[in-house]
Design a protein around this ligand. Structure first.
Ligand code: NAP
Ligand code: MG
Length: 495
């Protein structure tokens, strides 16, 4: 356990959380957790493997079988989840600092977005669970058919590093609310908040074994979880490449339910009758550079009608100085560090490829703040991007905007849908027919009209096509962590 020099009171504990205890990996292996803020060592983290996954799954299974959690009334689970949410809020500064040091996002957003959304998610599913009812089917009078939902059992959760707490909460909250036990594998790049969240869960009254957190690498800790014969369901958020592998592993093992929230390359379409060009520019630029561009739903393909492209881009470039990366720990910073050197090199590689394939680099394109020892990239804008280019086809997951133009609405929709991903999309127009028509035509899980930033726990989040299957958030998330049971009862009525 260590404390960082910038915040001496902060406790950095990289041990796993299994059966209610902080433990090192059974084999004793550890890995260095480097902060992208300045490249310094934060702490060592338990490098868990299949033996630790076995221990966590066994603990989760025992907790499920003896009903210490699922046997509680929904109202009792509700009280625990709400208390947990309150504890997250009470530890907001600590959790935000851990998130920023671990993955580099600006501290202001770690507080206002990540901590708040996490607490809200836990509270919302806690509030919901004693308000959802089961069903009775409209069968003939001699029979009664009950359609009930039951928890699946042990749920494995594997999440990425871009919103470590939020991605975990979107799965853990509905899974635990509906009575499951959980084994969570956070990203090796950002394990610290998940581990702290588990401690707070126990403080709130989640019994031991019901929530376990097993840090480690994807192939060493993630694969054993996805392949485990005693895990009933896996909730995964991450890349499409690994997501496909998760489905294969589910099929190779016990056909566990597998839900995958994957990549995106979301189109942001601006028609020439855009009702508010200034707001459209601010929103496009703000959304692509938010979280350093490391967002699955970042609007990374900007499709602008050719008549307004020059005006749009002129204004967009004027805004870029606001998005120059700065110290993530400073309260005014809006763009922080890229999660690690590997990701920084990947993004810089895509930028080079964009130039090589003929896109026009308008701004940025280089690493920044190299003197800090951390990993930073300038906000980058490419013009003259064509659909076949790598920077239009692949998810860059960095602060890079690819600008394309179109001549009419059919061409815009054709370009937008010509993609393996279908996570989100946006259409900006004054014409109500165009708005509704395009919203229907776009193959995406969420379509925004004349905005991009609305988001709420009440609505489903997920994608079409290779952006994955299943939905996080909203009451629909319960579908992923419950089995439907039909119980037929014969009624030989004496009256
Ligand atoms: P990733 O490389 O796919 O990793 C995601 C998680 O899977 C990590 O915990 C990783 O572990 C683990 N993993 C890697 N290989 C594995 C394997 N063979 N078996 C089991 N687990 C394995 O994705 P990422 O780079 O962390 O995250 C970025 C991606 O997430 C982007 O594609 C983004 O679009 C997507 N994302 C999607 C959503 C959504 O809701 N649709 C939301 C956020 C992010 P280690 O990294 O520790 O090795
Ligand atoms: Mg880290």
């Amino acid at each position: 356990m260590t404390t960082p020099s910038s915040t001496p009171s902060l406790r950095l504990d990289g041990r796993a959380f299994i059966h209610g205890q902080r433990v090192w990996a059974k084999a004793g292996a550890r890995f260095d957790n480097i902060s992208p803020v300045d490249g310094r060592l934060l702490c060592e983290v338990a490098r868990c493997d299949d033996k630790d996954i076995d221990a966590a799954v066994l603990s989760a299974r025992q907790a499920f079988d003896d009903k210490r959690w699922r046997g509680l009334a929904p109202a009792a689970r509700k009280r625990v989840l709400i208390k947990w949410a309150d504890l997250v809020t009470a530890h907001a500064d600590e959790l935000a600092m851990l998130e920023t040091l671990d993955m580099g996002k600006p501290i202001r957003y770690a507080q206002s977005v990540d901590v708040n959304s996490t607490a809200n998610c836990l509270r919302w599913y806690g509030e919901a669970i004693d308000k959802v009812y089961d069903e009775i089917a409209p069968t003939p009078a001699h029979a009664l058919a009950l359609i009930t939902r039951e928890p699946m059992g042990v749920v494995g959760v594997i999440v990425p590093w871009n919103y470590p707490m939020i991605m975990a909460a979107w799965k853990i909250a509905p899974a635990l609310a509906s009575g499951n036990s959980v084994v969570l594998k956070p990203s090796e790049k950002s394990p610290l908040t998940a581990l702290r969240l588990a401690e707070l869960a126990m403080d709130a009254g989640v019994p031991e074994g019901v929530l376990n957190v097993v840090p480690g690498f994807g192939t060493e800790a993630g694969s054993p979880l996805a392949l485990h014969m005693d895990v009933d369901c896996i909730g995964f958020t991450g890349s499409t490449r690994v997501g496909k592998h998760i489905h294969i592993m589910a099929g190779q093992s016990n056909l566990k339910r597998a839900w995958t929230e994957l990549g995106g390359k979301s189109p942001f379409i601006v028609m020439d009758d855009c009702p508010d060009l200034e707001r459209a520019v601010q929103t496009a630029v703000g959304s692509i550079f938010f979280n350093q561009g490391e967002s699955c739903n970042a609007p990374s393909r900007l499709l602008v009608h050719h008549k307004i492209k020059e005006a749009f881009l002129e204004r967009a470039l004027q805004l870029l100085p606001q998005y120059q990366p700065a110290d993530p720990l400073h309260k005014d910073t809006v763009m922080g560090a890229i999660v690690d050197r590997t990701q920084m090199d990947t993004v810089l590689g895509y930028i080079k490829q964009g130039q090589n394939e003929g896109a026009k680099l308008l701004a940025g394109g280089h690493a920044a703040r190299t003197e800090s020892g951390g990993f930073y990239i300038q906000p980058t804008v490419f013009d003259a991007v064509q659909s076949h280019m790598t920077i239009a086809r692949e998810e860059i997951f960095g602060p890079v905007l690819s600008v394309m133009t179109f001549n009419d609405v059919s061409q815009a929709v054709q370009i937008a849908n010509d993609h393996v991903y279908g996570l989100q999309a946006s259409i900006w127009t004054r014409d109500i027919n165009c708005a509704h028509g395009v919203a229907r035509a776009l193959r995406a899980g969420t379509v925004h009209v004349n905005q991009y930033d609305e988001d709420d726990i009440t609505v489903p989040f997920g994608g079409y096509k290779q952006s994955g299957m299943g939905r996080d958030k909203s009451l629909h998330a319960f579908d992923k962590y419950t089995e439907l049971k039909t119980t037929w009862i014969r009624i030989d009525s004496p009256v």
